[in-house]
Write a protein that binds this ligand. Structure first.
Ligand SMILES: *Cc1c(COP(=O)(O)O)cnc(C)c1O
Length: 377
């Protein structure tokens, strides 16, 4: 089976460095908040050009604690996309705030500023764009709205580490450094993945950075002197050591993903019915996923599986139609583009080590699946 993402293959390319890094931490006896966490925070901040980086134990906690640091809570609203991973809206719920969902841009699958403008109110405290599939959202109009209404922008960069966006006439900026706080995940399958859970918040604001440091470690600045309600959300030193080995490889890996994405674009162009991912001119995506639209998606996915190719549907349900969000009172038809995306999207194998010949097999299998009428195998 050709997997959608092959983590074991990546490990083999770095095995001696990763094994040595892990062995070093084990031998040091320093497992929590050790030197690797601090060094990784500094290295990631330098890589992104961020003033402050605060490690967390997951991307979910990075989002949750970002909202806590901004003192967002019950009665407050946070505007986000109806088409994202569960953790995005979960973080809003964890602080007791209300998610206000809006529809997506069908070309990029991302939050649309014109939709945000229709729901922004005096209860809005933050706009939470998700750079889905590693594709940066259209940030200029979102920043404009946020400034006009005096609300924060929290970027969900779980899928977008290393991608950039540029304001008109400005140099490119990494996603995560555009808004008030950028939230990253090091879940193993992400473009920069640990061998377990991990996350990070980055910000230019020293006051928010200090609050984030307190929140991730029991609400204290100095040990046992608890000042605010925090949690235990620390990154393990072993994970930080592994991430430090991998960080210098992130740019070449993202470059490989872009090359593969361009190759998919080319090869899929002459298959009728396949919609390849769009891209804004001012962005450089990192293709966490390479996601196409296909007619009769479930049948195509089944045909690929039969041909030995793994695909995934990210995501099968728009948030507003999930039981957890029933209280929002949105019914089918509320966000037609998010709903259509859930019916049509299919993510294809995409990881830096994917070979051209493997990619050719994927394309050939799609071609066969779409030229076989439904019901005939
Ligand atoms: C992975 C992911 C998260 C959560 O990250 P974890 O580290 O798994 O908690 C949040 N948002 C999006 C869009 C993600 O893909």
């Amino acid at each position: 089976m050709l997997p959608i993402c092959d983590l074991a293959r990546q490990y083999q390319t770095l095995k001696s460095d990763i094994d040595a890094a892990v062995a070093g931490v084990l031998a040091s006896g320093h497992y929590i908040m050790g030197p690797n966490v601090k060094a990784f925070e500094q290295e990631l901040a330098a890589y992104l050009g961020a003033a402050h980086a605060i490690a967390m134990n997951s991307g979910t906690d990075a989002l949750h604690l970002a909202l806590r640091a901004l003192e967002i809570g019950p009665g407050d609203e946070v505007i986000t996309t109806a088409f994202t991973f569960a953790a995005t809206s979960e973080a809003i719920g964890m602080v007791g705030a209300t998610p206000v969902l809006v529809d997506i841009d069908p070309a990029t699958f991302n939050l649309r500023a014109d939709q945000v403008a229709t729901v922004i109110s005096e209860r809005t405290r933050a706009i939470l764009p998700v750079h889905l599939y590693g594709q940066p959202a259209d940030m200029a109009p979102l920043l404009e709205l946020a400034t006009a209404h005096g609300v924060a922008v929290v970027e969900d960069c779980a899928q977008s580490i290393g991608s950039t966006w540029s304001a008109p006439g400005q140099p490119p900026r990494p996603t995560g450094t555009i808004g008030t706080i950028g939230c990253f995940s090091f879940f193993p399958t992400k473009n920069l993945g640990a061998a377990g859970d991990g996350g990070m918040c980055v910000t230019a604001d020293p006051r928010l950075a200090e609050r984030l440091r307190m929140l991730r470690s029991h609400g204290w600045k100095s040990k046992y002197y608890q000042e605010i309600l925090g949690v235990n959300s620390r990154l393990d030193d072993i994970q930080a050591a592994i991430l430090r080995v991998k960080l210098p490889h992130l740019d070449p890996w993202n470059l490989a993903r872009r090359r593969l994405a361009a190759r998919y674009d080319r090869l899929l162009a002459d298959i009728p019915g396949v919609g390849v991912p769009g891209k804004l001119p001012e962005t450089m995506p990192v293709y966490h996923q390479y996601t196409v639209r296909v007619p009769d998606r479930d049948r195509v996915a089944a045909a690929l599986k039969e041909a030995g190719i793994e695909t995934q549907v990210y995501y099968p349900y728009p948030l507003h139609l999930l039981p957890i969000h029933a209280t929002l009172g949105k019914i089918e038809g509320a966000f037609p583009e998010a709903e259509r995306a859930c019916r049509e999207v299919l993510s294809l194998p995409m990881f830096p080590e994917l070979t051209d010949s493997e990619q050719d097999l994927v394309v050939a299998a799609i071609k066969v699946a779409l030229s076989t009428p439904a019901g005939i195998h």
